[in-house]
Structure formats: C-alpha cells, structure tokens
Design a protein around this ligand. Structure first.
Ligand SMILES: Cc1cc2nc3c(=O)[nH]c(=O)nc-3n(C[C@H](O)[C@H](O)[C@H](O)COP(=O)(O)OP(=O)(O)OC[C@H]3O[C@@H](n4cnc5c(N)ncnc54)[C@H](O)[C@@H]3O)c2cc1C
Length: 390
C-alpha cells in the first residue's frame, strides 16, 4: 500500500481529465492523474487537430455555459502562451423552417448572443465556396470557431504538471474501492489513495463504474480530411465552420483547413452520429471506405473546390440517450465524482468542466447548475428533432 494520500486522483487524461487536473493543481491540490495509454493517444475521443466551439445549441443551458467556457479557454491561452482557440464564425444550414434551426436561434436570443439569418445571396457574397443554397435557412453566428483539440489536452497536462500534478501514463485503473476508509484506486502495478477520486474515463467509464449501469453507448465515428487545390480559399480567415441538417436527415459539419497536411491536418468534414456501436477495447480504428465515399459525394455537391478526401480518422463518442453529459457524484460515495457521457459535443466544454470538477472536489459544490447532468435524471430519447453534435 502506498502510504501517500492524494487530495485527488483523476482517472483518464483525455479532454476532461487533463482540464480537471490543471484546475485542481492550479488551486494547490496534490493531484495524481492515471492514464491507461500515453498522453495524446488516438484511442479515445479527444485526439485530432480540431473541434468546433460554438454558442449555438437547441438547449439554452448549453449556450449559457458556453459564456464561461469561452472565457476559460482564453484563460488557458494566456496561462500557456499558446493560441488554442480560433474564431471563424459559422453558417448553419437547414431546410426552410426546420425546428432545430428555430430552437438554436431561440437559445441564442435567450442568452443575448447575436446571430443573423442570411439568404442565399448574402451567403454567396460572403462565402462563394458554397454551392446551391436556395430555399434553405442559413444562420450566421460570428463567435463560432475551433479549438486545437490535441494541443489543448497536452497543454492542460503540461500546466497541471507545472503546478505540481503527477501524471502516470500507461497505468490502467482496474478498480475503484470506494467503500474503503479512503477511496482506493487499483492498477495492475499498485494502488493509490485519494480523498477524492474523479472519473473522467470517457468511453471506458461504463466498464470502470459497471455497478452503476450508466446509460452509455460507445460508437465509432469518423472524420475525413481534405486538401483543396486552392488552399487559401479554405483557411480559417476565408472560410467558416459550417453545419448542415440535410434534407435526408443527416447532420454534416465542416471545419476550415488547419494543421499541416503532412501531419494529418486539412479541412475537416464529418457526419455526426449514426456510428456503429462498439467496445472501446476492440473497436477497429480503420476508417470505412463507404463512409469516406459518402462524405465525398456531399462535398462534391456543396463545396466542390475541396476535392476528394486525402485521409480519415476514427474517434469514439460516449453517448447518453439524451446526449446530455453526466456530471455527478457516485450515488453511494460522495468522494467519487464522475464526468462522462460527453457524447459528440463535449470538447468545447473541457476547460469549463475542469473548473467545475475542481470546485466539486475542493468545495463539494459549484455555482453552475448541474441538474441537466445528474446520473438519475430521466434520460429521454428525444424528440424527432435531430441533435447536432460537434
Ligand atoms: C469525431 C468526433 C468529433 C467531435 N467533434 C466535436 C466538436 O467539434 N466539438 C465538441 O465540442 N466536441 C466534439 N466531439 C466530442 C468531444 O471530443 C468529446 O466529448 C470529448 O473529447 C470527451 O472527452 P473525455 O475526456 O470524456 O474522453 P477522452 O478524451 O476519451 O478521455 C478519456 C481518457 O480516459 C482514459 N481511461 C479510460 N479508462 C481508463 C482506466 N481504466 N485507467 C486509466 N485511464 C483510463 C482513456 O485512455 C482516455 O485517455 C467530437 C468527438 C468525436 C469522436
């Protein structure tokens, strides 16, 4: 038995765990982070060059939370001296009168966040890269952009270490003994005690907390990258983040070209959801050629100058039935805190979730309203309105 008792043990060093470790260590807590793989690995949900950050949601509480999330990301940039958040604005496209577009606009209005309906002429003037937009609702929101996803995770971890956190890589946690006097975390090579334990285990949370039977489904998701011939046309200063609810009932999204093409960057395009249910341990991480061909067809119609995809990557969603997060204490042990189920849209919240988890560990409470994220809420499978992730 290791005699040292940490203030907090964080299980999982992905988007949420790295942010939690940073906020805890910055506040002076003695933190141990246990990660089953190496930092920055590609087997979970937080790898790759970019993730969308946006205010627009069909549920107003997310829009409200994003006000602080943006501030936390800017604070991370200041603390690290690294540019991590790029603002491009966004266009959200959907069939005329589609309920999702209306709900999004409502959330933005309620939160006092500006947005504009555009018609096809305005879109063509601002972004001639898009084709054939007649009879669509087009919503412009100027604050949308993207985060450098993998770099954000590494930065949170680096700063956590600078503030004294210990990060142990290649250390899978096999069990949490929350009934012990001090919660005890077991690994294949030893065990550790923490006054609090934070479980940010992403797609593996369901297995690690099997006794809770959490309503989590892990799915295989894929993203395609493009290298347009005229690269300038699709840089973040010339091309926006965009989303489209297609007439076929799909949600497609795109992020401007970013990162070196040689190291896996490019303009990113994907379809949200409809992924195959998988186990994170056995999931085949090879992209499917059918999927890539499907996105290529969309691209040919909507933004033909982009060409064909050059490569693709696989990533996991850990979904709840209502796609809302789980942030709560273990029902039988208030010293074990859980943050999982971030579905296809959690990354933009990492910096804020890190702060919230740190407040819960240190103070037992937070000023943010976590009711929508309770474990024992009614998980309604909504609604007929397709939800947009990313
Ligand atoms: C294709 C795709 C596109 C997305 N696009 C967006 C977007 O544009 N905008 C947005 O906001 N969100 C987006 N998301 C969602 C977002 O990326 C995720 O919600 C977020 O990254 C989840 O972070 P996490 O920390 O919960 O999981 P992860 O980053 O996977 O972290 C969990 C970590 O826990 C570790 N772990 C698990 N079990 C153990 C154990 N037993 N012992 C030790 N370590 C363990 C894992 O190895 C992993 O490192 C997207 C997701 C995908 C897959």
């Amino acid at each position: 038995m290791n005699a040292h008792i940490y203030d907090a043990i964080v299980i999982g060093a992905g988007g949420m765990g790295s942010a939690t470790a940073y906020h805890l260590a910055k506040s002076g807590a003695d933190v141990l982070v246990l990660e089953q793989f190496q930092r920055g690995h590609i087997f979970g949900s937080s790898h790759g060059e970019t993730r969308i950050i946006r205010f627009f949601y069909d549920k107003p509480f997310y829009t409200e939370l994003m006000k602080t999330a943006y501030t936390e990301w800017r604070a991370l940039e200041s603390a690290s001296g690294k540019p991590l958040l790029f603002i491009t604005g966004s266009v959200s496209i959907g069939a005329k009168g589609n309920p999702y577009g209306r709900a999004v606009r409502h959330s933005l209005d309620v939160a006092g966040v500006e947005s504009e309906w555009w018609d096809a002429t305005e879109l063509a003037e601002r972004f001639p890269q898009f084709r054939a937009m007649n009879d669509m609702d087009i919503l412009w929101q100027k604050d949308t952009g993207f985060l450098r996803a993998a770099e954000c995770v590494l930065t949170h971890l680096q700063l956590a270490e600078q503030h004294g956190a210990t990060v142990r890589e290649e250390t899978p946690v096999t069990d949490i003994d929350w009934q012990a006097d001090v919660p005890t975390v077991r690994t294949e090579t030893g065990q550790f005690q923490g006054r609090k334990v934070v479980v940010t285990a992403g797609a593996w949370a369901g297995t690690l907390l099997a006794e809770l039977n959490l309503p989590l489904t892990v799915t295989k998701q894929q993203v395609c990258y493009y290298q347009p011939t005229d690269t300038d046309l699709f840089q973040p200063d010339r091309f926006p983040v965009f989303t489209e609810a297609t007439v076929d009932g799909e949600f497609i999204y795109g992020i401007p070209a970013f990162g070196s093409y040689d190291t896996g960057g490019g303009l990113k395009m994907a379809r949200h959801g409809r992924g195959q249910v998988v186990s994170p341990d056995t999931c085949d991480r090879t992209p499917d050629s059918d999927y890539i061909a499907h996105i290529d067809v969309y691209v040919q119609e909507r933004i033909p100058e982009v060409g064909k995809s050059t490569h693709a990557e696989v990533c996991l969603y850990t979904e709840t039935p209502d796609e809302d997060f789980i942030i709560d204490a273990h029902p039988d042990c208030s010293d074990v805190l859980i943050a999982t189920g971030f579905s296809g849209h959690g990354f933009k919240f990492c910096a804020l979730i890190g702060r919230i988890m740190s407040e819960l560990v240190r103070n037992g409470e937070t000023g943010f309203d976590l009711h929508p994220f309770r474990i024992h809420r009614e998980h309604t499978i909504s609604s007929g309105i397709p939800r947009l992730s990313a």
